[in-house]
Design a protein around this ligand. Sequence first.
Ligand code: TRP
Length: 360
Amino acid sequence: MGKVILTGDRPTGKLHVGHYVGSVRPRVELQNSGEYEKIFIMIADAQALTDNADNPEKVRQNVVEVALDYMACGLDPAKSTLFIQSQVPQLCELSFYYMNLVTVSRLQRNPTVKAEIKMRNFETSIPVGFFTYPISQAADITAFKATTVPVGEDQLPMIEQTREIVHKFNSIYGETLVEPQELLSKNQACMRLPGIDGKAKMSKSLGNCIYLSEEADDIKKKVMSMFTDPNHLRVEDPGSLEGNTVFTYLDAFCKDGHFEEYLPEYANLDELKAHYQRGGLGDVKVKKFLNNVLQEALEPIRNRRKELQKDIPYVYEVLKKGSEKAEEVAAKTLDEVRSSMKINYFADTELIRQQAEKFK
Ligand code: TRP
């Protein structure tokens, strides 16, 4: 059997460059590698509602924003199935059965859920749906028999929990589900791109993001205001790369070819870094270079997004078709699951015959 990808995002905002290098760009590369038989990219609106139950409009608005970002970055509906989670009812059904295979204490130990509960001040009153979202995520992955789940580090506990559920299901009900493997980025900078203020993570609430839909001038302003080395006061001072956001972004975006084009006095990023550390290289010069590199990456995305925005009904049509295809695949898995769990009464002629025999 061929390899299958499933992954996705919660539609709670437009995507930013952190999403781009951490998840969307690698997905496009995987899509175009031709190594995968099927690729499912899910807009996880139902999961977004687990902590936005009182704000459905926010989720609704962002479904199309995320779809636009996906397609603008090169996720191609002809090669990848783009779909909306809530439109595949089998995922709910599967979650319900998996709930029998997971204990409350196991969910409480999930480090990502733990951290998120803290972040949302849910400690004293956790919505049950939120608490159990790792189970629904296991349903997302297994409904498509995904072998490969490209994700960020924070999602590793979900994949681990999914494998446990698969293992338990298969050992109780017989081989039915596929154990997934995570696929992590090898580039540290891409895995955890900081906000422009140098804070751990890009986040809308911190106002430190560069969005994929951002205009050129705004990108430049944000790059020129980026956090660098606070002790690098004069050009001649030696500078530090540690926690230096501009260099982290260069690690994520820069290729050797960029030097030839925009900064020919250096051959590559290592040379630029060495000069910075030695002293004699000012922040402004490095920021201008980063701006060129970022503009080159983001301009085509922004332009494609604008083109797509002209035909929003088409974008919804893509999601509808994708959701129908996803439902077809999930329904097939559910048939197998029901049969393994012995709740396929009407399809089981042998059962009907046996019962008839019993009452003779
Ligand atoms: N939890 C993911 C996020 O926060 C979204 C998601 C839902 C997901 N189901 C998934 C990711 C299944 C990978 C696999 O964005």
